[in-house]
Design a protein. Structure first.
Length: 652
């Protein structure tokens, strides 16, 4: 570091011989069965000598294409054709082949500089077109409109040196396991390392990338303007070539803050500075440095200018009336957002995680230690409020933690399934939030130790490419099939109305076909002839399953009253463990309807192929436990002794 006007500043000294590659920008031109790479290479010269740039394209099978181009100007553009390209797709829509692009600056046979990029061949745009509801807002990849499914990503640790590629890969793989195809990098955190984007390329997550401005006001002095321009230039140049990059977004919640909040100063000068920063300066940087990627001024926004930034019918939305506004879960069904980029609900982490930061005397949600591990001051009270609206009061601390997770999962499920039922009008459900940076009560679906909460297991089901969901109201139940795959799907819905003794009161089937990339109601059921009294409503549930080509696709259950009123009977849950070469197979049985059956391990960690599921008597649920998921080697006997299971019946 060197002093500059009394201020110590970090500097970087770089040396080079003759010339170096200053910048490479690659534009993909897709036409028919060919992709043309238009490669613009910018040099920085020290000596005026004849130089060559050698481009090496390595396809996913390892085959090379080489082109050598003389470069006698500062900026050179060259085009290289790739015939019969293998296209990159988001998770669930296709594969993620990667091409390696190398640019080597040569003086005769000497290599002076070298740049390498991993490239996925795809078109990506944000489609915004007027329609009967307002204006669409959706990712379009290779000409296909994608329903974005995922969560908001925050820094993985409070101490950034503890982050590493292995930890991030585990998190990204957990996203894929839960059927994510998208992830939003929140503007209140940090710009992720290069390996984050490499992993999103590899596994197929479309990245909504906020610039790092959030929930504040900024004074646009000359020095600050220069600072943020350089910050944006550096990060856009670093990230822009990644296949996963879906859009650049100016900030998190600053436009809506100007319209709806009252906790920062709102002078005319600061308002003008906001427009300058996010609607003039930063979009100009984005257009100059990455003209092929869409820029969006804020999240949420309807396009800028403080014009109804949280509109239901234009742009993206952050919806918080469920949770902050204490509205019921059913409130989600009143809204048909074009793209829900943030909505959430809190829960506590598991007892195993809480034990990592508490002593026994601290294990009360209103203790000093527990409240220090809760950064939303009103949140513990909100959890209890929603719990009182939904479930009976838990009998102890451990069951309170469990019930809070089921509560969180049910809340987000209400929103996501509703919006997926209206695919085409709504085209994105990104919940807040994916991960934690420390052990804490929060909105996350995976805690700071990497343990899946109930929400993440629910997400695996409600983000499934083909989803069977129910919209229940009164004595009726509408069954919808949402098909987010590239092929039509023919199948059969099997539905049964059970009483709490496990006897079928009514049943039926319906066969139909759901077109690719569509959603529709297959059947509306009316049980007014059976649910004639409050007691009957409190003792019956509907189970529904979708079968296609003799394979189970999707299923669920629904009650016709609040769970706290349902007359659950002791399910007398039981399970067996069988071992195969690479996994353990767990078979779970019940003697009565069991809702939200949780499998937990006492002294080891693992994830499961399914958890927080419902069990109907006589219909066993099979759960797989891959041996590689276990935190240490165990025998089948030791695993069985480590497992405990419970359901909603057990909370009171």
């Amino acid at each position: 570091m060197i002093p500059d006007s009394g201020i110590w500043r970090d500097i970087e000294i770089q040396g080079f011989k003759t010339a170096r590659i200053k910048d490479v920008y690659i534009t993909q031109l897709h036409k028919g069965d060919k992709v043309t790479l238009d490669i613009r290479t910018t040099l920085e010269r020290y000596k005026d000598k004849t130089l060559m740039v050698q481009y090496v394209i390595t396809d996913p099978e390892g085959r090379e294409t080489i082109k050598v181009v003389p470069q006698d100007t500062e900026v050179l553009s060259t085009q290289i054709d790739i015939d019969n390209p293998r296209l990159w797709w988001p998770n669930g829509y296709g594969s993620q082949p990667i091409y390696k692009i190398e640019a080597k600056l040569m003086e005769n046979s000497e290599e002076l500089d070298y740049k390498v990029y991993n490239l996925g061949l795809r078109t990506m745009r944000v489609r915004r077109e007027k329609d009967q509801w307002g204006e669409s807002f959706e990712f379009e990849v290779n000409g296909v409109s994608i329903f974005a499914m995922g969560a908001d990503y925050i820094p993985e640790d409070n101490l950034l040196p503890r982050c590493n590629p292995e930890r991030t890969e585990k998190l990204i793989k957990d996203c894929i396991a839960a059927n994510f195809n998208s992830i939003r990098v929140w503007g209140g955190g940090i710009y992720p390392e290069d390996y984050f984007f490499d992993l999103c390329d590899k596994y197929g997550l479309v990245v909504w990338q906020d610039l790092m401005f959030a929930c504040a006001v900024y004074r646009m002095t000359d020095e600050f303007t220069e600072n943020i321009v350089r910050e944006a230039e550096d990060n856009i140049r670093r990230i822009r070539h990644h296949a996963c990059l879906g859009l650049w977004c100016g900030n998190n919640e600053m436009e809506v803050g100007w319209v709806d909040w009252d906790f920062f100063p709102k002078t005319s000068k600061l308002r003008t500075d906001y427009i300058k920063q996010f609607e003039i300066v930063l979009p100009e940087v984005a257009k100059r440095e990455d003209p092929n990627t869409f820029y969006w001024p804020a999240s949420p926004s309807s396009g800028g200018g403080f014009e109804d930034p949280n509109s239901e019918n234009i742009g993206d939305v952050h919806y918080w009336d469920v949770w902050h506004g204490l509205k019921p879960f059913t409130e989600y069904r009143k809204f048909f957002f074009r793209f829900a980029s943030e909505f959430g609900f809190q829960s506590f982490p598991s007892l195993k995680t809480v034990e990592a930061f508490t002593l026994p005397e601290d294990r009360n949600i209103f203790s000093y230690v527990m409240e220090r591990h809760q950064k939303n001051k009103a949140a513990n009270g909100k959890i209890l409020y929603y719990l009182s609206e939904t479930f009976k009061y838990p009998k102890d601390f451990d069951h309170l933690l469990y019930t809070s997770q089921v509560l969180q999962a049910e809340a987000i499920k209400y929103g996501v399934e509703h919006w997926r039922r209206h695919r085409g009008r709504c085209m994105g459900a990104i919940y807040w939030q994916l991960n934690d940076c420390w052990p804490v009560a929060s909105w996350a679906s995976i805690d700071s130790f990497g343990r899946w909460k109930a929400l993440h297991y629910y997400a695996k089901k409600f983000f499934a490419p083909i989803l069977l969901s129910v919209c229940e109201e009164g004595n009726t139940a509408e069954l919808y099939v949402t098909n987010d795959t590239m092929e039509s799907m023919s199948g059969e819905i099997i539905w049964k109305l059970y009483d709490n003794d496990g006897y079928v009161q009514k049943e039926g089937t319906i066969s139909s076909t759901e077109k690719a990339l569509s959603s529709s109601m297959w059947i509306k059921l009316d049980f007014s002839d059976i649910l004639t009294t409050g007691k009957k409503r409190r003792s019956m549930y509907l189970k529904y399953s979708l079968i296609s080509e003799n394979s189970f696709i999707s299923s669920g259950t629904v009650l016709f009253d609040k769970p706290k009123y349902f007359e659950f009977k002791d399910p007398r849950l039981s399970f067996d463990i069988a071992e195969t070469e690479g996994k353990f197979i767990m078979t779970v049985n019940s003697e009565a309807f069991a809702k939200d059956v949780e499998i937990s391990l006492k002294s080891i960690d693992s994830k499961f192929s399914a958890n927080y599921f419902d069990v109907t008597p006589g219909e066993a649920v099979i759960v797989e436990i891959e041996k590689e998921w276990l935190s240490r080697h165990v025998t089948s006997l030791e695993l069985k002794e480590n497992i405990s299971i419970r359901s909603i019946y057990d909370i009171s």
